[in-house]
Design a protein around this ligand. Structure first.
Ligand code: HEC
Length: 158
């Protein structure tokens, strides 16, 4: 209620004061998350590099793989966060990527930053390279469902 009165008093202020109350708590984190993604993750997980010029999978590929294994946002965010603060072959879901590129190098990322980045990845559409759809269908012809069940089973989730 006090917020509504407050925003009523700021109609002459710049646009940024008129964000919706429901999204207020997310904004600062997400801005930072988007920046981190663009300036840090995309150095390796480039959304535009060609299939043969890559040093890591595109982030969209990682997102889809993690969504197959973790359907809730909470588990998705947990899994990405714990991998990125402490990458290891054991924690990897993407064995093909590890074979091809080697395990992601440790970056000393902060846990809270990674949580914000993971949330951003979950909630937003990511840019993806043109070759990606074809590659993804080739790798996962049954588009997720069977693979998700197999994986959940293996991990003892069901
Ligand atoms: C120095 C290069 C580099 C940077 C920077 C980098 N990554 Fe990676 N990442 C890799 C490589 C290489 C792989 C593929 C091998 C693997 O899966 O470990 C990978 C894999 C991953 C995986 C999948 C892990 C799996 O196998 O299950 C996630 C999740 C991930 N990166 C998240 C991120 C996020 C989020 C950022 C930015 C905050 C980031 N990475 C920045 C190189 C990088």
């Amino acid at each position: 209620m006090s917020l509504m009165i407050w925003s009523g008093c700021t109609t002459n202020e710049p646009e940024q004061n008129t964000v919706e109350v429901s999204s207020l708590h997310q904004l600062p984190d997400l801005d930072k998350a988007e920046q981190l993604l663009n300036t840090t993750c995309y150095v390796c997980h480039s959304p535009t590099a060609g299939e043969n010029a890559r040093i890591a999978p595109p982030m969209e590929a990682i997102k889809r793989r993690y969504q197959m294994a973790y359907s809730s946002e909470e588990n998705f965010v947990e899994a990405i966060t714990s991998f990125t603060v402490d990458p290891s072959e054991e924690a990897s879901l993407m064995r093909g990527a590890v074979d091809k590129f080697g395990v992601m190098p440790v970056q000393n990322f902060k846990e809270e930053d990674m949580r914000a980045v993971a949330k951003y990845i979950y909630q937003n559409d990511l840019p993806q390279p043109e070759w990606f759809e074809g590659h993804f269908k080739q790798m996962h012809p049954d588009s997720g469902m069977k693979m998700r069940m197999r994986k959940r089973n293996m991990m003892g989730m069901d």
